[in-house]
Design a protein around this ligand. Structure first.
Ligand SMILES: *[C@@H]1O[C@H](CO)[C@@H](O)[C@H](O)[C@H]1NC(C)=O
Ligand SMILES: *[C@@H]1O[C@H](CO)[C@@H](O)[C@H](O)[C@H]1NC(C)=O
Ligand SMILES: *[C@@H]1O[C@H](CO)[C@@H](O)[C@H](O)[C@H]1NC(C)=O
Ligand SMILES: *[C@@H]1O[C@H](CO)[C@@H](O)[C@H](O)[C@H]1NC(C)=O
Ligand SMILES: *[C@@H]1O[C@H](CO)[C@@H](O)[C@H](O)[C@H]1NC(C)=O
Ligand SMILES: *[C@@H]1O[C@H](CO)[C@@H](O)[C@H](O)[C@H]1NC(C)=O
Ligand SMILES: *[C@@H]1O[C@H](CO)[C@@H](O)[C@H](O)[C@H]1NC(C)=O
Ligand SMILES: *[C@@H]1O[C@H](CO)[C@@H](O)[C@H](O)[C@H]1NC(C)=O
Ligand SMILES: *[C@@H]1O[C@H](CO)[C@@H](O)[C@H](O)[C@H]1NC(C)=O
Ligand SMILES: [Zn+2]
Length: 669
């Protein structure tokens, strides 16, 4: 897909100065007529999606038009490969949808934001729900509006792929994981003699490696919602959105949807599927597998959608995952965080799920039943706290029963993933399975500049990969299973030397403390694999022997809030910056006075309202092994990961839906 490289450049060139920058009227719509999905989008043959047209009439601001009255008589056509244009409803054999109207507002720039000077826009729209393009090729969509204006979109439907070349797919996502983080974790976790590692990560032994570009559809820095969406659906989206193209209407759930990989797998093959994460399960990476919203923060409704499918709009019917393991009890316990205050443990149980709230009961759960496992409120405590600083767990009030005691019988990513394989293998049978397993806190702890906690969870991901390969071998499924390990985006993290933490702590002023950082020749060797008398962490292979050596790595970020560094492992989870300090005020973040008190201040590079580090532009690695792994070589777009998995799983098939969401699609014999 060489052509994809120019997509962003081409798109940007057509945007007006206003629309290309900080704020958007609608990111994918530089003109007053919007086609969603917009220009340059790719589709899998038979993949269901919604098509929305919008016509905008700005009431005021720099684009004010037609006295704020949007054209209601707009028309749309579709033309395949130079054929003749056809009316949308006729082409897709659906009835003409009703006209919708709404008003929205936006800021044209930062000056307008500061002055609270909103631009008001009236919109008229139609949405054609659950349609599909079955034949590969190029399609032109044309929207005609205001009598002589047109907007065009070119779409590409990828080749048919009906053959299932892999029985199972396991997709590991190290959230926020970059090559730089893997390199740093390797330095901590493996012993090197004279520049040569004596052991390696399982990742380092994967036969195929590639490289993916993570841009959003309308911003070059992505978040985990729209990047997960790209990975799972082959369609890029906007920050905070998943499984949809963002429209301008106020409803968070009415945006035009695209079918995700598990929706297609379920529809075509009836394979089992599951999600495992160390995050709360309503978080973007696990929830985006089978939900659709422009607002990732709608946690409660999203858990309902995961279980019951999309209920308010015509869409592919879903019956809940076969496996759903992670944190986030808030959205299950009856009360504040759950949808309509309902008990979702009970709702899952009523649909035949085993419900486990701790590791002991998880391991005992019946493999032949659908399985829900929610082990705490919030995110799962990280590997470092579970294994090295367990006293930190006792301070938490995160029991998944909601009784405010500490959840102590916790599984890690490895236990959850291995159990998920047992259940999915059993339930998928000959139809195989799809599993997504996420190491979420690589990202979450990098946001907190808590390097040790982030790298510990990266090591746990690798340990899980190793155990997964062993398990698949044991159950005779290794040769049948495509394993892909990648990330959804990165952080600008790297290591630039070591720090003599003892010398650093002993110095009085910040500039002298910085003298403790050893670069080039003074970076020396890793202290993390050196035994230290009196310190035994007993954490086994793949992890440091000593998490707190005198000579520690000196890492930093491309972007960070003001914070203080001493480069030592944080004995409890880190909070680098806080707001509300004397002289600063609310949402104005400065160095947390309690963090690394003997360190030196590193001035931030971010807006002062940012409490944490942020995502960065970097490409991220893709590792693969098993059937079709060769497809994953090279440099490509994040959406291509979806198309590669779809090709391997035979998901590119014409569907015979009629648009009302009840027809089963093309069943495979
Ligand atoms: C609001 O924005 C408009 C258009 O950009 C500008 O003409 C006007 O001066 C602004 N008003 C204020 C109060 O800043
Ligand atoms: C547009 O009109 C609204 C409501 O009258 C007003 O509050 C806003 O400042 C105007 N915006 C611009 C950019 O002129
Ligand atoms: C488009 O139509 C409007 C009136 O609807 C007219 O004012 C304008 O000149 C037309 N533009 C072109 C390029 O024909
Ligand atoms: C679905 O529609 C019902 C009835 O209008 C409404 O109460 C509910 O909030 C909607 N659900 C979502 C997720 O929007
Ligand atoms: C684990 O869950 C089971 C089943 O709910 C319960 O009986 C048991 O007491 C729990 N164990 C712990 C340590 O909380
Ligand atoms: C909370 O529930 C857990 C799991 O059932 C139990 O182990 C723990 O003792 C309970 N704590 C309190 C304070 O009731
Ligand atoms: C998997 O494939 C390899 C290479 O083709 C072969 O040597 C091995 O025996 C196969 N293992 C199983 C369990 O089929
Ligand atoms: C951080 O920036 C402030 C100005 O914002 C400056 O006064 C201070 O010296 C800087 N600190 C360091 C450690 O460079
Ligand atoms: C959906 O379309 C099919 C085929 O035209 C039809 O049999 C079925 O009744 C429709 N279902 C609904 C809910 O409209
Ligand atoms: Zn993040």
């Amino acid at each position: 897909m060489i052509a994809k490289v120019s997509v962003l450049a081409a798109l940007t060139a057509t945007l007006s100065a206003v629309n290309a920058q900080t704020f958007h009227r609608l990111g994918t719509c530089p003109t007053l007529g919007c086609i969603l999905p917009p220009d340059q989008q790719d589709f899998l043959p038979g993949q269901y999606f919604d098509l929305r047209f919008e016509v905008h009439a700005p009431v005021n601001g720099s684009e004010a038009f037609n006295k704020g009255v949007p054209d209601e008589k707009f028309t749309g056509t579709i033309t395949k490969d130079g054929g003749s244009p056809k009316n949308i409803a006729d082409y897709f054999k659906v009835s003409e949808p009703q006209l919708e109207k709404w008003t929205f507002s936006w800021y044209e720039d930062l000056f307008a934001r500061d002055a609270k000077n909103k631009t008001i826009v009236n919109a008229a729209s139609k949405i054609y729900r659950r349609i599909a393009l079955n034949e590969p090729g190029t399609y032109k969509i044309k929207l005609n509006y205001y009598s002589n204006k047109t907007t065009e979109a070119t779409w590409v439907v990828r080749p048919i792929a009906k053959t299932k070349k892999a029985k199972n797919i396991i997709f590991f996502i190290g959230d926020g994981m970059t090559t730089n983080m893997i390199t740093a974790a390797r330095l901590l976790a493996h012993k090197s003699i004279n520049g040569k590692y004596q052991t390696k990560f399982a990742l380092d032994q994967m036969p195929v490696i590639g490289h993916q570009m993570t841009h959003s559809i309308d911003s070059f820095i992505t978040d985990s919602a729209n990047s997960a969406s790209a990975l799972y659906s082959g369609h890029k989206s906007t920050v905070n959105a998943m499984g949809v193209y963002v429209d301008s209407s106020p409803d968070s759930f009415d945006d035009p949807k695209v079918e995700t990989i598990v929706e297609i797998i379920t529809r075509l093959w009836g394979s089992a599927w599951g999600a495992v994460s160390t995050a709360f399960m309503a978080d973007a990476t696990p929830i985006a597998l089978a939900t659709h919203t422009r607002t990732r923060g709608m946690y409660g409704p999203l858990i309902d959608q995961m279980l019951n499918g999309v209920t308010n709009y015509t869409w592919t019917k879903m019956n809940g995952p076969d496996v759903f393991f992670g944190g986030g009890a808030e959205q299950f316990l009856p009360g504040s965080g759950s949808y309509q205050g309902k008990d979702y443990y009970d709702a899952f149980a009523k649909k035949g799920y085993t419900v486990s709230l701790n590791k002991t009961s998880l391991l005992k759960a019946d493999d032949s039943k659908k399985a829900l496992g929610i082990f705490c409120t919030g995110n799962l405590p990280v590997w470092l706290d579970r294994n090295i600083f367990p006293d930190n767990l006792k301070k938490l009030k995160n029991d998944p029963s909601g009784n405010k005691s500490a959840a102590l019988d916790l599984p890690g990513l490895k236990e959850m993933t291995l159990k998920a394989i047992d259940v999915l293998h059993k339930r998928g049978g000959d139809k195989g399975f799809f599993l997504m397993s996420e190491a979420a806190s690589i990202d979450k702890q990098m946001h907190a500049l808590d390097y040790s906690r982030a790298l510990g969870d990266l090591m746990e991901l690798d340990d899980t990969l190793k155990a997964t390969i062993e398990k698949l071998e044991k159950i005779g499924e290794l040769n049948n299973t495509l394993i892909v390990v990648s990330a959804d985006h990165g952080h600008g993290f790297d290591v630039f030397g070591n720090a003599d933490t003892k010398y650093l702590a002993a110095q009085k002023d910040d500039r002298k403390k910085r003298d403790a950082v050893g670069v080039y020749a003074n970076s020396g060797l890793s202290g993390y694999q050196m035994e230290q008398p009196g310190i035994s962490y007993n954490t086994g292979a793949n992890f440091p022997v000593n998490w707190d050596p005198r000579y520690a790595i000196a890492p930093g970020f491309g972007a960070n809030p003001d914070h203080r560094e001493n480069y030592r492992v944080n004995k409890s989870p880190r909070v680098p910056a806080v707001d509300g300090l004397p002289g600063f005020g609310k949402d104005n973040y400065f160095v947390n006075p309690a963090d690394n008190t003997d360190g030196f201040i590193v001035n931030g590079t971010l807006p002062t309202e940012e409490a944490q580090g942020v995502h960065s532009l970097t490409d991220v690695p893709v590792y693969a092994r098993g059937p079709c792994s060769d497809l994953f070589q090279g440099t490509y777009n994040n959406i291509d990961i979806f198309y590669k998995m779809a090709e391997c799983f035979g998901l590119g098939q014409p569907s015979h839906g009629t648009g009302n969401g009840t027809s089963p699609g093309c069943k495979k014999h």
